[in-house]
Every structure is written in C-alpha cells, then in structure tokens.
Design a protein around this ligand. Structure first.
Ligand SMILES: *[C@@H]1O[C@H](CO)[C@@H](O)[C@H](O)[C@H]1NC(C)=O
Ligand SMILES: *[C@@H]1O[C@H](CO)[C@@H](O)[C@H](O)[C@H]1NC(C)=O
Ligand SMILES: *[C@@H]1O[C@H](CO)[C@@H](O)[C@H](O)[C@H]1NC(C)=O
Ligand SMILES: *[C@@H]1O[C@H](CO)[C@@H](O)[C@H](O)[C@H]1NC(C)=O
Ligand SMILES: *[C@@H]1O[C@H](CO)[C@@H](O)[C@H](O)[C@H]1NC(C)=O
Ligand SMILES: *[C@@H]1O[C@H](CO)[C@@H](O)[C@H](O)[C@H]1NC(C)=O
Ligand SMILES: *[C@@H]1O[C@H](CO)[C@@H](O)[C@H](O)[C@H]1NC(C)=O
Ligand SMILES: *[C@@H]1O[C@H](CO)[C@@H](O)[C@H](O)[C@H]1NC(C)=O
Ligand SMILES: *[C@@H]1O[C@H](CO)[C@@H](O)[C@H](O)[C@H]1NC(C)=O
Length: 894
C-alpha cells in the first residue's frame, strides 16, 4: 500500500489538461487519495495517452476508472510500472494492455474484475509482479490465462478474490519463475498441486476452511516453499498435519486462528517440521504458556507470540528453546518479565511491547549476555533501578517509550557502555539533573520527548560524546541545554509549555553545534517561543530546518543569514494567534536570507493568501515547494503564481492541483489552479489597449496641434507668462517713464527711425521707448518687453507683414491688450504701415478682434496727408494723459 500512496507519477490531471508543459508540476505529485471532492478519471480514452513513448511509470490508481478503451496504452511501450489499483474495472479485454511490452509490474488490486479474456495478458511478456488482490475472480481459467502468457511471472497476489479452487493441473506449462503465490482470503475448498508445477515457489499464503477442505498436494510438490502463511484457517487437525507434511523444507510459519479447539497441540505439530526456524503465531487463546505447548520446538530460532491473551509463562515454558535468538511477546497481558527468559544465553532480541508490566526487577534480565535489543515499549513501568540492566553488557538498543517513567537517576545506564540508541519518548519525565546521561558514552540516538516539559539542568547531556540525534521537550528555561554537543547532527525540540515566556529565552546562548544538519522546533499551539539571533548562529552546516506552530512574528531575515547550507526549510502551521496576518513575514525573510542552496520549501497549513511568485527567484536552487493548506485568494492577485506554478520547469509545486480557494466567497472551495487567469490577462489587455489608444490619439493630436496651431500655442505660452507678469505689475502700480512703447519689426526700423522718431520725439516731444535702442542686448527680452509696456503709458504697434510674423511683436500686442482688458486702460495704438487684409490677421485672432472692434491708424492711407496722420497720432498719445481718462482711448478714422 505504501508503494502506491507514495505515488511517483500521476497522470490524473494530465488527462484533463492536455498541455504537455504541465508535465513537470505533476512529476512527483502526491494526491490526497481520500479527498472526496477530487477530480477523478472514469475512463481512459484511446487517445488520452498517445505520444507518451518515454513514460516509464504510470500511476492511475485511486480513481473511478471503469473503462479502458482498446489500445489506450499502445504508445506506452516504455512503461515498466503501471498502477491501476483502486478503480472500478470489471473486465480485462484482449486489447486492454496492447503495447505494454516492457511492463514488469502491474497493479490491478482493489477493482471489481470478474473475468479476464483469453489474450488480455498476451502483450505482457515481461510481467514479473502482478497485484490482483481484492477483485471478484472466481474462475481458475482466468488465472490460467494470466500465467500462460507471462512466463517471467514471479509474484502474484490473488488474495481476497472469490476463488473456490486452485488446481495446478490446469496449468499447461510449469511456472518456472513463480516465487510467491498469495491465495489468502479466498473461499477455497480445494487446493491441489502436483510435482514440478512450481519448482521455485518460496512463499505461499493460503486460507482454508472447514472439514471438507480438500488439500491434495503430492509429495515433493511444495518442497521449495520456505515460508507459509495460514491466517484465519479453521481446519481440522488432520488437515493441518497434511499441510505441514507437504512443506518439508519450511523455515517460517505464520499461523493465526481464533479460539478453536483444534489449537490444542497445533503449535506442537507445527514444530515437528524439522526445518522450522521461525514460528509466528497470533490470536490463539493461551492464558498461561506452559512447557508442554512448545516442547517440540527446540530447534526454533525465532518465536513470536502475539495477541494470545497470555498473562504469564511458566518458569520452564521456554527453557527448551536453546537456539532462540529472537523472542517477541506482543499484545498480551504480562504484568512482569517472565522468569523463563532468564539464562537464555542465545537471545539477541527481546520484546515485550504492549503488555501490562509495571515493575522491573534487578534479576529480570539475568544472564542474557547476547542481548543487543530490548523493547519494553507501551507498558506501565514507572521506575528504572540501576541494577535492572546490569547484566545486559552488550545492549545496543533500549526502547522504553510510552511508559510512565518520571526520572532517570544519575547512575542510570552505568552498565550500558555499548548502548547506541535509547528511545524513551512518551514518558512523564520532569527533570534531568546534571550528569543524567553521563554513563552512556556510546549513545548516538536519544529520544526523551516527554508528554510534558522537562527541566533540564545544565550538563544533563554531558558525557554524550557520540551523540548524533537528540529529541526532547525542554522547558522554556532550558532551551540551551544542548549547547555543546559537538557531534550532534539532528536536534528536535518539542516545546510544550503553556504560556508565552519570551524574556527568559532572550538570554544569550552560546551554541556550539558545528555538526548540526537538521533542526526541528515543534511548538504547541498554546505556546509561544522566540529566540535571539544566537540560537542559529554557528549552525553553519544546517541543511534542514523545520518549524511547526512557530510564532510568525519572529520571522526575521537576520536569523537565517547564518545558514548558508540550508536545503530544506519547513514552516508548518505557523501560529498566528492574536497576530495580524500581515505581520507574518515568511516571504520577507526568504528574499533577504540568501538561501541560495534551498531545495525544498514546505509552507503547509499557514495563512498565506497571495503568493508573489517573484520571491522564488531569490531561491535559485528551489526544486520542491509545498503550499498545501493555505487559504488562497482566487482573484487576479494570484495570477502570476498560478501561471508560474503551471509553467515553471524548475520548481515542483507539490499538490498544486489540490490547493483550494478560501476567498472570495464566489470562488470558495474551488481549485486554485482552475481559476481562470485569462480573464485577468484580458482585463489587463483591455487596460493596455485603452491606454495605448489614448497615447496614439494624444500623439496624433499633438502633431496636429503643433502643425496647425503652433503659433497659437506659443502665444498661449507667452500669454500665460504675460498674464502672470501682468498681475504682478498691476499690484506694484509702477510710475510711467515713457509716453509710449514702440513695438515694431527690425525690418521696419528705417521707417521708425526716419519718420516716426523724427516726428514724435523731435517735433512733438514725446518720450518713446524703442525696442532696439533701449533694450540691453542679452537680457531676458520678455521681462524687458513687459517692463517696457508697463513703464509706458501707451504701446504703439507698427504693424507690417513682417511684424505679424515675428512672435515678439505679437507678444507685445498681447501684453498690451492684457493691460487693456485687465486694467481697463486702453494702451494700444495700432499703426498699420502696410495694407493688411483682415484675413491675413486671422492667426492673430486677438489683434483681429482689436482691429475689428476699434479704429486704427493706417500709414498707407495717410501718405498724402502726413500732417493729419501725425496729428491723429499725437491725439492718440495725448488721450488718457490724465489719470482716469479711460473712455474712448483709441481715436482715429480708418
Ligand atoms: C518525490 O518527492 C518526495 C518528497 O515528498 C521525495 O521523498 C521523493 O524522493 C520524490 N521522488 C522522486 C522520484 O523524485
Ligand atoms: C524496453 O526496455 C528495454 C530495456 O529495459 C529498452 O532497451 C527497450 O528500448 C524498451 N522498449 C521500448 C519499446 O521502449
Ligand atoms: C463468488 O462466486 C460465486 C459463484 O462462484 C457467486 O455466487 C458469489 O456471488 C460470488 N461472490 C462475490 C462476493 O462476488
Ligand atoms: C516476490 O516474492 C519474493 C519471494 O517471496 C519476495 O522475496 C519478494 O520481496 C517479492 N517481491 C515483491 C515485489 O513483492
Ligand atoms: C532439530 O534439528 C536437528 C538438526 O539440526 C534435527 O536433527 C532434529 O530432528 C531437529 N529437531 C526437531 C524437533 O525437529
Ligand atoms: C499446559 O497448557 C495446556 C493448555 O493451556 C493444558 O491443556 C495443559 O494441561 C498444560 N500442561 C501442563 C503440564 O500444565
Ligand atoms: C549569499 O551567499 C553566497 C554564497 O552562499 C555568497 O557568495 C554571497 O556573498 C551571499 N550574499 C550575501 C548578501 O550574504
Ligand atoms: C512581488 O515581489 C517583487 C519583489 O519581491 C515586487 O517588486 C513586486 O511588486 C511584487 N509583486 C506584487 C504583485 O506584489
Ligand atoms: C531690460 O532689462 C535689464 C535687466 O533685466 C534692465 O537693466 C534694463 O533696464 C531693462 N530695459 C528696459 C528698457 O526695461
């Protein structure tokens, strides 16, 4: 069973999700077979497995497969192991296994197979192991059809079927390779074997019932059988006798029966098999074992007596077993160590597991010089005197777990110089004083995990020079008691104290465990543990670190920087009680801690909701990740993780297909990997589409604007500057230095200097500000212009075509018109030097507005009457000389 459950390769989901990329995440996935809601396969279609020509291991167990299409396995010629157990198959047809030419192991156990067609097994020429137990086979001919085609068959399990007879006559050829035949738990009425049918059969399991059971085995037919199991047989003594006589080379016999009269003398009869070495018998009713019951078993080397309701053994009951090396008396009712074992000088292994022994006497193990292993597990022993083991000078393994011991004296083990393993967990130890284990110089493995916390004095583990593995449950105060175990490779601590005692653990520990490779810390739910950095300091060889129920608040990146060799990290069921979930920084430290060698990361049963898969980039060696039992959120925030879990080829996300959503409520209970990430991509895509469209439109618009409305934009810019400047100036209320600011284009300079300046400055006496005369070259022109406009009462614009093309000139108009509108002072005098149609003014919309709504001066029209023209200019300049004269500012006729 273990073999199957540790499934190596499941195709469960492969069949549902046809992308071959999924392969890696399934490579070693372990399925929760007992999950009722899992996805199951009910049928294997012919095309489901096409193309898997290199597959060697196929696990399709624990589904509800009731039908396999003919030829479904045709491509699987490389498969050597096929697991089809625990399904609902009822028949095997001729074409079912077609193509499985290299198959050596086939599991068909726990199905409902009633019949096997004649050629079903024909392709399986290489088959060696066949598990066929727990089906409904009832015809011997089906078995014949199997063995006929599989000449290499070694082991076949047919137990728990419905066979009523097994007759080797029906086999047309001898089964030369058959080593193991299991016919247990069939309602057999007839078992007949003739010589040379199974010349190499070693192991046979049978079940027969009733006085009409026909056992006809020829002499020498089962002479190769070494091991015979007869569980729950209910046969008359003479039939047993027949059976025992037929297996004349038997070494191991397993017998079990329930309270039948025929028990009497059965063991004695079995021991008459001259080659018998091992007798294993259970479920017989032998309240007191006396010397007559095993009197003929003198040659036994192993004796196992379990569940026989034995309360005692007489003093001489085992004394005749002078060759016995292994004796186990499990699940009986012994209340003391039976006297009969004393002086059994050949014994190497002795076990009294699961009895009612309360006390050990100093003489109990007298003269057992060969004993190396003693098992006293699951009894009621409360005390260990030093003298108890005094004769066990060669003892290597002592198991005394699950008793009620409370302490070990400092002389404990003073005779156990060779003890290598001491398993004493599950006792009630409360206190280990200094030197408790000092007499165990050879001890390598010590487990003293108690049902409660143990007070461990400093130096309790002193003298354990060879210790490699230590498991115990220290109290919070004694957490550092292991600190100087130089050889220690594995340390497991179970902290079971009830309250959160943080302060005491904060004492600096000087840990010196240079060999430590494996550390696990398991904390009871109610407890809270916290450590200082120094606990992990110096553990430079640590490879595996496990925390269970650990307080998350202490995940701290610095604590891991000392672990350069870490390969496996397990955080299981981190305790978040009373903590804000956000405070768990599991991922924070993973990124920071430089765990470059980490290969296995187990984060089971935590409260992780969203996984940011980018953190796994910080773990370059990661191969195995287990996140089972976390309350995942199934929305777009896990999209990245889902995609990564499916597609990445390095990290195997164990059980990924079993992860379930805990929120939002609409997704609750669904599988995480079923969450439709496409929707998220579509949504993101939609956003992308919108934003890129917007960008394109904007670009188009900008170039359009730039091309057609460039000047307007530039004006706008200066307008803004001007507006700002204008507001500033307005507040300052500067005095006027000039009568007029003359705005003109440099090309009209001749006219300005020749005509305008001459007339207005020299003849009329106005003080003018001229752009080129009064501006200092290189200064910020816009500032100067603005200053000039505001320092002048009027702005005189000499407008020509060139003027209109120069942005500076227009700028001046803009500024002036600002003054006009915002200061309600009309400062602008427009002097048209050339004829300009209103169409040509169109880009200069503001000026156009001015021209349209007001009168202006035109040089071209006034050429003949210069005097009148200049008079008009004089009047315009004069106008508004007095403060408050705002009306009718610009007076002229076109
Ligand atoms: C599968 O993973 C388990 C760990 O859970 C490991 O022990 C085992 O060796 C792996 N098997 C293979 C074939 O990788
Ligand atoms: C069967 O297995 C053998 C080795 O075990 C291999 O050489 C051969 O190629 C396999 N056959 C197929 C069809 O894969
Ligand atoms: C076993 O086989 C007999 C016929 O040989 C049949 O009547 C009986 O129902 C079968 N039992 C089971 C459990 O299939
Ligand atoms: C096959 O049978 C032999 C003989 O009993 C045994 O030693 C071996 O373990 C069996 N193999 C399997 C895979 O069960
Ligand atoms: C014990 O084994 C010896 C051979 O070692 C044999 O001669 C003798 O018959 C056996 N005794 C029994 C009771 O089978
Ligand atoms: C030994 O025990 C059996 C069964 O418990 C009993 O029948 C038999 O009389 C006992 N023999 C002796 C010598 O006490
Ligand atoms: C991380 O570890 C690598 C090798 O283990 C080492 O070279 C590197 O310096 C470490 N980086 C930091 C920041 O500790
Ligand atoms: C994932 O983590 C990386 C770095 O660790 C970070 O830059 C990124 O923003 C995170 N992504 C999300 C969705 O939180
Ligand atoms: C032009 O600006 C400079 C410095 O900004 C200033 O010194 C100069 O007087 C200004 N000219 C006029 C005409 O405002």
């Amino acid at each position: 069973m273990e073999r199957w459950t540790s499934s190596l390769f499941s195709l469960l989901f492969l069949l549902l999700l046809p992308r071959p990329l999924l392969f890696y995440s399934l490579k070693n996935c372990t399925i929760d077979f007992y999950d009722q809601n899992k996805i199951v396969i009910e049928r294997i279609r012919q095309t489901d497995l096409t193309g898997f020509t290199r597959l060697t291991f196929l696990h399709l167990g624990f589904n509800r497969i009731s039908h396999i299409d003919d030829g479904a396995f045709t491509d699987l010629s490389a498969v050597t192991d096929l697991m089809l157990g625990f399904n609902k198959l009822t028949a095997l047809r001729d074409e079912t296994f077609k193509g499985l030419n290299n198959l050596t192991t086939l599991y068909l156990n726990v199905n409902q197979i009633i019949s096997i067609s004649k050629f079903a097994f024909e392709p399986l020429k290489e088959l060696q192991i066949l598990y066929m137990e727990s089906n409904n086979l009832f015809q011997m001919s089906d078995i014949v059809n199997i063995v006929l085609h599989c000449p290499d068959l070694k082991n076949i399990s047919l137990n728990h079927n419905n066979l009523t007879s097994f007759e080797s006559d029906l086999f047309p050829v001898p089964l030369l390779n058959l080593m193991k035949l299991d016919l247990d738990s069939n309602p057999l009425k007839k078992f007949s074997v003739h010589p040379n049918v199974f010349p190499n059969l070693e192991t046979l399991k049978l079940l027969g019932e009733g006085s009409d059971f026909d056992y006809s085995v020829s002499d020498g037919a089962l002479t190769s059988v070494r091991s015979l199991t007869l569980y729950e047989t209910k046969l008359p003594l003479p039939t047993y006798k027949l059976i025992f006589q037929s297996v004349d080379s038997l070494e191991n016999l397993y017998l079990s029966d329930s309270h039948l009269e025929s028990d009497k003398g059965l063991l004695e009869m079995a021991c008459e098999i001259p080659t018998l070495q091992k007798l294993d018998s259970g479920d017989y009713f032998i309240p007191i074992l006396n010397e007559s019951i095993l009197q003929s078993c003198t040659n036994l080397t192993e004796l196992h007596l379990q569940s026989n309701s034995m309360s005692d053994l007489t003093e001489s009951s085992l004394q005749m077993l002078t060759r016995l090396t292994r004796l186990t008396i499990h699940q009986n009712q012994l209340s003391r160590i039976p006297l009969t074992i004393r002086n059994m000088s050949t014994l190497t292994f002795l076990s009294f597991e699961d009895n009612l022994i309360t006390e050990l006497d100093c003489l109990d193990f007298t003269n057992l010089p060969s004993l190396t292993e003693l098992n006293l597990k699951s009894n009621r022993i409360s005390k260990l005197e030093t003298c108890v083991f005094q004769d066990l000078r060669n003892l290597k393994v002592l198991e005394i777990q699950e008793n009620v011991l409370t302490t070990l004296s400092d002389t404990f083990g003073s005779t156990l110089k060779h003890l290598v393993t001491l398993k004493a967990d599950g006792n009630n130890f409360r206190w280990f004083q200094r030197g408790t284990f000092q007499n165990l110089p050879a001890l390598r493995e010590l487990n003293v995990k108690s049902v409660r916390e143990i007070i461990v004095e400093d130096g309790a583990f002193m003298g354990l020079k060879e210790i490699k593995s230590l498991t115990y449950s220290p109290s919070n105060y004694d957490i550092g008691s292991f600190t100087s175990l130089q050889q220690l490779e594995k340390l497991a601590m179970f902290l079971t104290y009830p309250a959160c005692i943080k302060e005491q653990t904060n004492k600096e520990l000087s840990v010196n465990l240079p060999s430590l490779q494996e550390l696990s810390l398991v904390i009871e739910k109610s407890a809270c543990f916290s450590w200082t950095h120094s606990l992990l300091k110096g553990l430079s060889n640590l490879k595996t670190l496990t925390f269970e129920n650990y307080c998350c608040r202490d995940f701290d990146e610095d604590k891991f920087i000392y672990l350069p060799q870490l390969i496996n990290l397990h955080f299981i069921n981190c305790d978040h009680s009373g903590l804000d979930k956000q405070s768990c920084r599991i991922f924070g430290f993973l990124v920071e801690a430089n765990l470059t060698k980490l290969e296995m990361l187990i984060l089971k049963d935590n409260v992780l909701t969203v996984i940011n898969e980018t953190i796994f980039k910080a773990l370059p060696s990661l191969k195995y990740l287990d996140l089972s039992g976390n309350p995942f959120v199934c929305n777009c925030s896990n999209t990245g993780f889902i995609e990564w879990a499916i597609r990445n080829k390095q990290v195997q996300v164990a059980n990924a297909f079993q992860y379930r959503c805990s929120s939002p409520s609409s997704e609750e209970g669904n599988f995480l990997l079923d969450f439709n990430v496409r929707w998220c991509w579509e949504f993101t895509g939609f956003l992308c589409f919108i934003s890129s469209s917007a960008l394109v439109l904007l670009t188009l618009l900008s170039s359009f604007i730039f091309h057609f409305l460039r000047w307007q934009l530039v004006y706008g810019y200066y307008l803004l500057l001007a507006f700002l400047y204008d507001s500033k100036k307005r507040r300052q209320d500067c005095p006027h230095i000039y009568d007029a600011f003359v705005s003109y284009n440099v090309h009209d300079e001749d006219w300005v200097y020749g005509e305008l300046l001459h007339e207005l400055e020299e003849r009329q006496g106005w003080k003018l500000c001229l752009h080129h005369r009064d501006f200092i070259p290189g200064t910020a022109i816009i500032e100067n212009i603005t200053d000039a406009i505001y320092s002048s009462r009027r702005t005189l614009c000499v407008i020509s075509h060139r003027y209109l093309q120069s942005e500076w000139c227009s700028q001046e108009i803009q500024l002036a018109s600002f003054r006009l509108f915002d200061e309600h002072k009309d400062v602008l005098i427009l002097l048209f030097l050339e004829e300009i149609s209103s169409n040509q003014l169109s880009p200069f919309y503001r000026m156009r507005k001015l021209v349209k709504s007001r009168t202006y001066l035109s040089w071209t029209q006034a050429r003949s009457h210069k005097g009148l023209f200049w008079e008009k200019v004089r009047r315009a300049l004069e106008c508004g000389h007095e403060p408050g004269d705002n009306h009718n500012p610009l007076t002229a006729d076109a």
